[in-house]
Ligand binder design. Structure first.
Ligand code: PGA
Length: 264
């Protein structure tokens, strides 16, 4: 695990964009795992800027989003389809037919749909680089506390905390979906590389538990300790409760010196 400490949100976004752009340039047929939420917005802005200046090409890439609210059509302004359209897809040349976001409008056989989502990830060759945010309760995707660490894409009931964190964007609480389709923790752990971003003091407790706490289904992000190639990029506020900050800086210096390719 690499822990990269950055000053603020803009630095987190720039560092993440540097790594994601490098991965796309190194493997134009890359399969990206994408996240929504306020955290990756800065990263997407940076990637769009690279695309506009002509230094980044998404034409051969494929993407799979982590999750979508159940019951929201792609045109709903709070749907994750809409978010991705607004924040990335409409501004870069990622082919729409290869930009996958779980369908929130399915009704009935959820298991069958989720199994097919898993299969399409496998058919695409698996996720090369998964981008994640982290919830205040330590969730990744919509894998709420007590999600099985081996879970796959499925229908998941949202926790009270998640509903509270997100309901401000809905006109009233009754409009806020109570369930979502989400990749599982097992799905995320299958990706070849994970980049997880966090900024702000509200994330400090979850970040500390994920990095320094025990592996537990009570903090879904702690499962990333089992992944062989995970990089946390966090700002000073989100790093506030970490006890080993000096060590992480030292590791980063040594990584730059001896295995700089790990940072590219
Ligand atoms: P945020 O959400 O980026 O909007 O803080 C992160 C998450 O809940 O995974």
């Amino acid at each position: 695990m690499l822990v990269v400490l950055k000053k603020d949100y803009d630095d987190v976004s720039r560092e993440a964009a540097r790594i994601v752009a490098g991965a796309i340039r190194a493997k134009p047929h890359i399969v990206l795992g994408l996240a929504t939420g306020s955290t990756p917005q800065g990263l997407y802005k940076e990637l769009i800027a690279f695309y506009h200046e002509g230094s980044l090409d998404f034409s051969r890439a494929t993407s799979f989003n982590l999750d979508e609210y159940l019951g929201l059509a792609p045109t709903h302004p709070q749907s994750f389809h809409y978010f991705m359209e607004q924040n990335l897809f409409s501004s870069v040349n990622l082919p729409r037919e290869r930009a996958h976001v779980p369908d929130g409008t399915i009704a009935g056989n959820y298991e069958d749909y989720c199994e097919r989502y898993e299969q399409s990830i496998k058919s695409a060759g698996g996720i090369d680089l998964q981008i994640l945010g982290i919830g205040r309760n330590g969730h990744i995707g919509f894998n709420e506390p007590t999600s099985s660490l081996a879970s796959r894409t499925r229908l998941k009931a949202l926790s009270r905390e998640t509903i509270e964190d997100n309901r401000h964007v809905f006109a009233n609480e009754s409009e806020m979906p109570k369930c979502a389709i989400t990749m599982g923790i097992g799905t995320i752990l299958d990706s070849k590389r994970v980049l997880i971003l966090a900024a702000g003091r509200s994330k400090a407790a979850a970040v500390a538990k994920a990095i320094e706490g025990p592996i537990t289904s009570s903090v879904s992000a702690s499962a990333l300790q089992l992944h062989p190639d995970v990089t946390f990029i966090i700002d000073e506020e989100a790093a506030y409760s970490l006890t080993q900050r000096d060590y992480y800086r030292h590791v980063l210096e040594m990584t730059k010196l001896f295995t700089p390719e790990r940072l590219s």
